[in-house]
Design a protein around this ligand. Structure first.
Ligand code: ADP
Length: 389
């Protein structure tokens, strides 16, 4: 005769708001941790909704939807930073554990707030000014010298909401159709040599780990490739960049993954471009190239579990994004990629292919940078429809 067994202690439940590829890859990490993921997805067909079984389709700006979703979650975290801060504060006040919390998250949501805080902390930022109108933007450009960069304080992504203005002539552009509550931030144009990304993870109890700094290559405002560690980065500069990111995480009391996007000037010094408080495209290499992926460490942090080792597995790790191109049938295109390179690692996001859309990424690692990069570039190019690359 069998006796009923007790269901045992229940697993942790993490609610993820937003159903893009970041949520999908967090879900993958949750499986090994025995963590239950609950997803609030924008629609039934988004990337993570194709794999998570506990899915609510709903609007992440609707208080009733978000509050109902949060019931029973040990922690609520994010795939994007678009949940209104006021709504998150209400959630926190009602006892929901929101990680990162709204006070920290605001610095990833609003570039004006971020610039003000980081500058006050003495951290390196480009010269900037919040400008109320085109005349003030022109005055800033005349003082700093043209070109200048103008950005909307909120709502930009992948280079949208960022303008490089060559002269006063186009100063009206950033102000056209500005949504309520959105400001324009004018910034000194940084003639950078390259972009770097410093990723750290911090838990509520204050433990923090830093991943090696990556170089990130952007095209048309979209990350196309990362190389880790950043080639040629002076060890002292690497430590300084990691410390900078740890300082931001500590001062802002970030919980989970913090990405600090940096611009490295031609003299080697760095300034902060922007912050993200969720797993980040420049950390995708960690799935295959680090002992603990950014997705697993993010989940560990939001549950206040000890963090895993962020160290690399190989001297070089290269990640290349697969952007929608001429290939519709990505799974079939894998035949060639895998036949050619047995150590190639691939993540496809289950998204339909549209030009320029991030639909997957490939990762390679090895001892030789050129060879490792070549393998990643070939596979990504093939998946984007360029078999000769
Ligand atoms: P988004 O939020 O769309 O990612 P960013 O603020 O990261 O916007 O800017 C997009 C890109 O514009 C950056 O990756 C960088 O290449 C460039 N950029 C941003 N700020 C500056 C600046 N002050 N000087 C020069 N280039 C900049």
């Amino acid at each position: 005769m069998t006796t009923p067994t007790s269901p045992g202690p229940r697993p942790f439940v993490v609610g993820i708001i937003g159903g893009g590829q970041l949520a999908r890859m967090m879900y993958e990490a949750s499986i090994g941790l025995g963590v239950d993921v609950r997803l609030l997805a924008e629609g039934p067909d988004v990337s993570a909704a194709g794999v998570v079984h506990d899915v609510t389709v709903g609007d992440h700006t609707d208080p009733a939807t978000v509050k109902a979703f949060a019931v029973g979650c040990d922690a609520v975290t994010f795939d994007h930073e678009h949940v209104p801060a006021g709504l998150l504060r209400e959630l926190e006040d009602s006892g929901v554990v929101v990680r990162p919390g709204p006070a920290a998250l605001l610095h990833a949501q609003d570039k004006a707030v971020m610039r003000e805080r980081l500058t006050a902390l003495g951290l390196p930022c480009p010269a900037y000014r919040v400008v109320p109108d085109a005349a003030a933007l022109v005055a800033f450009g005349d003082e700093q010298g043209w070109p200048v960069i103008a950005k909307t304080s909120r709502g930009g992504y992948d280079g949208k909401g960022v303008w490089k203005l060559a002269s006063a002539e186009d100063a009206d552009l950033p102000f056209a159709g500005l949504a309520p509550g959105v400001q324009v931030v004018a910034e000194e144009f940084v003639d950078f040599a390259r972009e770097l990304s410093a990723l750290v993870v911090r838990s509520p109890s204050g433990q923090a780990v830093a991943y090696p700094v990556s170089e990130s290559v952007q095209r048309d405002g979209v990350c196309v490739e990362t190389v880790t560690p950043a080639p040629g980065l002076d060890p002292e500069q690497a430590v300084a960049a990691e410390l900078l990111a740890l300082t931001v995480a500590h001062e802002l009391e970030v919980v989970g993954l913090l990405a600090v996007e940096l611009m490295q000037r031609r003299d080697g010094s760095v300034v902060v471009n922007e912050l993200a408080m969720r797993p980040h495209n420049t950390g995708h290499w960690t799935i295959d190239g680090a002992h603990t992926s950014q997705f697993e460490n993010h989940l560990r942090a939001v549950l206040d579990l000890p963090l895993g080792d962020p160290a690399t597995r190989a001297p070089w790790t290269v990640m290349a994004n697969v952007l929608g191109g001429a290939v519709d049938d990505l799974p079939s295109a894998l035949l060639h990629c895998f036949a050619r390179d047995r150590r190639l690692r691939v993540q496809l996001y289950g998204k339909s292919v549209r030009p320029g859309r991030k639909v997957g990424h490939v990762t390679t690692y090895g001892d030789d940078l050129d060879e490792t990069r070549k393998r990643a570039r070939h596979a990504a190019a093939y998946l984007m429809g360029d078999p000769d690359a």
